[in-house]
Design a protein around this ligand. Structure first.
Ligand code: ATP
Length: 576
């Protein structure tokens, strides 16, 4: 028999005949249910609600609705005990009766609660708790044991201990409140130990990571925005490579970090959580951490004169977005609205900057930034890229379609007045651009989507900006916009006297540099916006490192739809 099962994320087909490892009848709200456990799912259905097939055409499917939860999305299962005798005594009896109480509880559980992930509105997860009861206490003990065993057998690598950094300064400054009210109780319920540090200053978290005993934790969490996340992964990559004695320079592939990073969104943009989970809901992020999700993210190494400046994962942008960020820092008190104010100011100033972009196209360019395919959970392109990267298969070179052809070294060169030069290592979804600034970019394919907007009129630039917010429009489809999927690129300003250092001596060690501070005063050069932080070095060389870090997420879930509870459902209980 096959049954259509229903969980919070949509109807799901699952075989329930042969693979049941445990089953019995149990009661939910006094109604008898048939409950089954298989290695991957737990199912329950009200045995009196079975709907026989209406016609023979429905065979072999015996279609009726039951409930199904994947074992990997069970948060915890706990026995519950009946009320104690003393709880039945009223306050008067307690205070004036016998000074000594003997607590009398049933020794064995007569019920157990199952807490699991339930999908609510788009991409959002919440906790659902349901209580199963039985007159046979032994049966409840067995269920708790079997379900815990099923979770263990999946080998999910769920965290037991976490180092948590809370940024009290980012976004609307609600990080500490979000953590203590929405996230800490969930970690506690899941039995996760935490060491919580409220950051006191910029780079505080990065400094702590350099010396903290990381062997004690299974992950590092930031409660903050993209800037805070960047601090954490920069700190972790630094630490790993320092311990291995690897220099962080352009020609050295950095070692990847083992510890996963979790992000509880409390920033202004939260592009990483929007792109990897689909929503900036703190509870959803906490639940992805608790169930032990994992996904690899590409990291762009940003180098100047061969030396590493920093690592980047979202947007790295020169021109308009750099100027806008610089201006917005003065208005941090406005919260996220500061970006709108500065965006308008910089739009009106309509500046472009002369420079040269050199780029090396992605070697396995079966995909393009303008593909309509979106990187989703379990993305095949990212999986293949990781295998290719591990095997280091020699790559072929492709010619660019709209740039000057490659030189003998395989590099394409584009020179001119540039309004925006943006590299998107992920699609960079956010509240304003729901499909992201680079909708086709992948999380882990070892490439970045490089957009070049040439000098253009304000009206044309406005058209482009408006299209970024329209999911049906292609904001790359203008003659002043070019986009390439690249593995590596360089930028050189035609007006930066202070930096012709690409051929300088190779740096060793992990010292990070920030050259040419003098450029801040040079009106002919702009700044870089690197994951929402300002970089004042103008001439940069960028290299993408495939899936260098791992985070607690699974990517955007395709076809995810909330499901309305049918009226027959007896399973709905408390949402915590
Ligand atoms: N106590 C603190 N005081 C000042 N700055 C801090 C403090 N703690 C952390 N920071 C810094 O605050 C910066 C911004 O933080 P965060 O990324 O969390 O918020 P945001 O910039 O508002 O959000 P987003 O990056 O998503 O736009 C980070 O660079 C971080 O280093």
């Amino acid at each position: 028999m096959r049954v259509v099962y229903r969980n919070g994320g949509g109807d799901e087909m699952a075989e329930d005949d042969d693979s049941a490892t445990f089953q019995s009848t149990l009661e939910i709200h006094g109604a008898t249910h048939q409950v089954k456990l298989t290695p991957t799912h737990i199912f329950w259905e009200n045995i009196y609600n079975r709907q026989p097939t209406k016609s023979s055409q429905e065979e072999p499917l015996f279609r009726h609705f039951a409930y199904c939860v994947p074992v990997k999305e069970i948060l915890c299962v706990n026995p519950t005990y009946g009320t104690s005798y003393t709880e039945d005594l009223n306050q008067d009896q307690r205070s004036h009766g016998s000074p000594v109480y003997i607590e009398m509880r049933p020794l064995k559980p007569q019920s157990f609660t199952l807490s699991y992930v339930k999908r609510s509105s788009r991409f959002k997860w919440k906790v659902k708790t349901i209580t199963f009861t039985s007159k046979e206490a032994y049966l409840c003990q067995q269920w708790v044991f079997r379900i815990r065993n099923a979770i263990d057998k999946l080998g999910l690598s769920r965290p037991e201990s976490l180092l948590v950094f809370v940024n009290p300064y980012g976004g609307k400054r609600r990080g500490p409140k979000i953590y203590s009210e929405k996230v800490a109780p969930l970690f506690e319920q899941a039995g996760i130990r935490t060491d919580v540090i409220i950051t006191q200053r910029q780079n505080h978290a990065r400094d702590i990571i350099q010396t903290y005993d990381l062997s004690r934790v299974d992950g590092v969490i930031c409660v903050g925005g993209d800037g805070m996340f960047a601090e954490l992964f920069n700190g972790l990559i630094d630490r790993k490579n320092r311990e291995l004695g690897l220099p962080q320079c352009k020609d050295q592939v950095p070692a990847s970090t083992d510890l996963r990073i979790g992000i509880i969104p409390a920033g202004s943009t939260d592009a990483v959580v929007y792109t990897t989970i689909g929503t900036n809901d703190p509870v959803t992020s906490a639940l992805h951490i608790i169930v032990g999700d994992s996904i690899g993210l590409d990291v762009a190494g940003v180098y100047s004169a061969e030396q590493l400046i920093r690592y980047n994962v979202t947007m790295l942008s020169y021109g308009y977005y750099g100027d806008m960020l610089k201006d917005s820092e003065k208005n941090r008190w406005m919260g996220p609205k500061r970006y709108h104010v500065s965006g308008v100011k910089k739009f009106l100033s309509n500046k472009s900057y002369e420079g040269e972009v050199s780029l090396l196209l992605a070697p396995d360019a079966d995909t393009s930034p303008r593909d309509k395919t979106v990187c989703v959970s379990g993305c095949n392109e990212c999986r293949l890229s990781q295998i290719r990267d591990e095997d280091r298969i020699p790559t072929r070179n492709m010619s660019a379609s709209s740039s000057s052809g490659p030189g003998t070294d395989g590099w394409h060169r584009i020179r001119g007045k540039i309004k925006v030069l943006s590299s998107f290592t992920m699609s960079c979804r956010n509240a304003l651009t729901p499909y992201g600034m680079a909708p086709g970019a992948h999380l882990g394919d070892g490439t970045t989507d490089l957009m070049i907007i040439s000098d253009c009129s304000r009206a044309n630039f406005l058209k482009h900006l408006l299209r970024c917010q329209d999911k049906n429009a292609d904001h790359f489809d203008f003659d002043f916009v070019q986009v390439f999927r690249v593995k590596e690129f360089r930028f050189r300003s035609l007006h930066d006297q202070s930096e012709d250092e690409e051929d300088g001596s190779r740096a060793a060690g992990i010292t990070r540099t920030n050259h040419s501070q003098g450029n801040v005063l040079n009106p002919k050069v702009s700044l870089w916006n690197c994951d929402g932080e300002i970089l004042e070095t103008t001439n940069l060389h960028i290299k993408i490192h495939c899936q260098l870090i791992k985070i607690f997420a699974r990517g955007i879930e395709e076809n995810e739809q909330p499901v309305q509870c049918p009226s027959c459902c007896t399973s709905c209980e408390t949402d915590s």
